[in-house]
Design a protein around this ligand. Structure first.
Ligand code: DGL
Length: 255
């Protein structure tokens, strides 16, 4: 059975996990949420690189996964080079699907909805220059939307007016494709579509699953059980734990 480590500041990586679970491989899933440092989107860059580096290096040592997925755009657009330098196992990063959005856009006006950290990274400037130089890109950074996704998973009601206000700049600027550049946001896909704005939302989930499958096929396995453990750097609330059990997590550990 292949062992896979999925990492995010919170619950966002579950949007990636949903795609990973569709893979035909038997998997031992270790999901790690760094709640003690959540939200990542407003943290200082060097501090974040050091924290992620320390955390992932320790986890790799203890869990010994076959693959690591940094299921967080805010972390991937910052810490991937350092992590890949430190560790020799495959590390998959999640980065905003700018290339896909630019390909799909008919009017060449696209949106990037991500954390304040991600939208202002030099990495993003380069990604846009490389893959969407023919597009006008509207960037919106929102920690409020990250919080809304967390609260949804903890059982709270979502106020559609708040969502509408956050995505309004994309409508004002006539974007036709909007990149969900934070793994928390696909968890709100139904709520965003229910606003009937006509916007199309693009995320990286299926591309990450494809990349993971490619790597996992190199680890042939015969077992057929799926196990999943949720690790957190902070105690989880009761309703979030109940929802995580429903999603399929079997064990919980505080690290
Ligand atoms: N889920 C994370 C991302 O993809 C970040 C959320 C946060 O700000 O902690 O960017």
């Amino acid at each position: 059975m292949s062992s896979i480590l999925i990492f995010d500041s919170g619950i966002g990586g579950v949007s990636i996990l949903q795609h990973i679970k569709q893979l035909p491989h038997p998997l031992d899933i270790h999901y790690v949420a760094d709640y003690a440092a959540y939200p990542y989107g407003e943290k200082e860059e060097n501090w974040l690189i050091k924290r992620i580096d320390k955390l992932i290096t320790n986890l790799e040592h203890n869990i010994k996964p076959d693959v690591i997925i940094i299921a967080c755009n805010t972390a991937s657009t910052l810490a991937l080079p350092t992590l890949r330098h430190q560790l020799s196992i495959p590390i998959i990063g999640v980065i905003p699907a700018i290339k896909t959005a630019s390909r799909l856009s008919e009017n060449k006006k696209i949106g990037l909805l991500a954390t304040p950290g991600t939208i202002s990274r030099i990495y993003m400037d380069n990604l846009i220059k490389e893959f969407a130089s023919d597009c006008t890109v509207t960037r919106v950074g929102s920690t409020e939307l990250v919080d809304i996704a967390e609260k949804k998973l903890a059982g709270s009601h979502i106020d559609p007016h708040k969502l509408q206000k956050i995505i309004q700049p994309f409508i004002d600027n006539q974007c036709d494709q909007v990149v969900l550049g934070c793994t928390h946001f696909p968890l709100l896909m139904q709520d965003l579509l229910a606003l009937n704005t006509g916007l199309h939302f693009v995320d990286s989930g299926s591309a990450i699953a494809k990349r993971t499958e490619h790597i996992l096929t190199e680890h042939a396995s015969t077992a057929h059980c799926i196990d999943s453990t949720f690790y957190s750097t902070q105690t989880l609330g009761r309703s979030l734990t109940e929802n995580l059990l429903e999603i399929g997590f079997k064990q919980f550990k505080e690290i």
